[in-house]
Design a protein around this ligand. Structure first.
Ligand SMILES: CC(C)(COP(=O)(O)OP(=O)(O)OC[C@H]1O[C@@H](n2cnc3c(N)ncnc32)[C@H](O)[C@@H]1OP(=O)(O)O)[C@@H](O)C(=O)NCCC(=O)NCCS
Length: 184
């Protein structure tokens, strides 16, 4: 089953998605530690233990190709983490499709996320997916560092890591998200 149909993405992918399980945690722990300096993710001043969150794993050729975690609260769904380890093959898109489906199934009226000002690739990816920039939280990363001191001063591409960018998926696109099980 191919999930890359719901939001009119024009490229087909072989990526499939299944729910994150306890067996994936050693792998996600290693990935998040290598990429993000630990399993704690801070957004909007809140620290999340990503190993305790629900999520999805993308598979390509039977191998783990990426992971997304999310949380649903107060009628909203936050995409807390999104990581692809096989970039450009549709894993990221399939994972966001799955989280959008979970958001919708969980009754969330809003799907949102935070990225940082240095993450130009993510900003490109999310906007091309359909997310809209709804807020810039200036100097929010300094507050995040109080909760997670390992967040570096300098981010990707040598860009000072300072601001949180909040994006959300317009509700018309959230309504188009898959309703079927992401199990493939
Ligand atoms: C942002 C990120 C998750 C995107 O994941 P990804 O797996 O590369 O995403 P996709 O493959 O679905 O899409 C990326 C590109 O590949 C293209 N693509 C998708 N399926 C494809 C396929 N089967 N063949 C060729 N290209 C494909 C997409 O159209 C997209 O192209 P575009 O950039 O021209 O729009 C990934 O770059 C990543 O893990 N970054 C590091 C972690 C990070 O910063 N996460 C975000 C934190 S907020």
């Amino acid at each position: 089953m191919d999930l890359m149909t719901s939001l009119d993405h024009d490229r087909k992918s072989h990526a499939t998605v299944r729910p994150l399980t306890a067996e994936d945690i050693p792998w996600t722990r290693e990935l998040f530690t290598e990429r993000w300096g630990g399993v704690v993710s801070v957004s909007r001043g809140v620290a999340h233990d990503t190993t305790a969150l629900p999520g999805f794993v993308a598979l390509l050729d039977g191998e783990r190709a990426g992971v997304a975690t999310y949380r649903i609260a107060g009628g909203e769904c936050e995409l807390v983490t999104l990581d692809s380890v096989r970039e450009g093959a549709g894993a990221g898109t399939a994972l966001v499709d799955a989280v959008a489906g979970a958001a919708r199934a969980g009754g969330a009226a809003r799907l949102w996320l935070v990225t940082t000002n240095d993450n130009l690739r993510a900003l490109r990816f999310y906007q091309r997916y359909g997310f809209d920039l709804v807020a810039v939280h200036r100097d929010a990363v300094a507050r995040s560092r109080e909760l997670k001191p390992s967040i570096p001063e300098i981010g990707l591409d040598g860009i000072p890591l300072r601001h949180e960018l909040e994006l959300e998926l317009p509700s018309r696109l959230l309504r188009l998200s898959p309703t079927r099980s992401p199990e493939c």
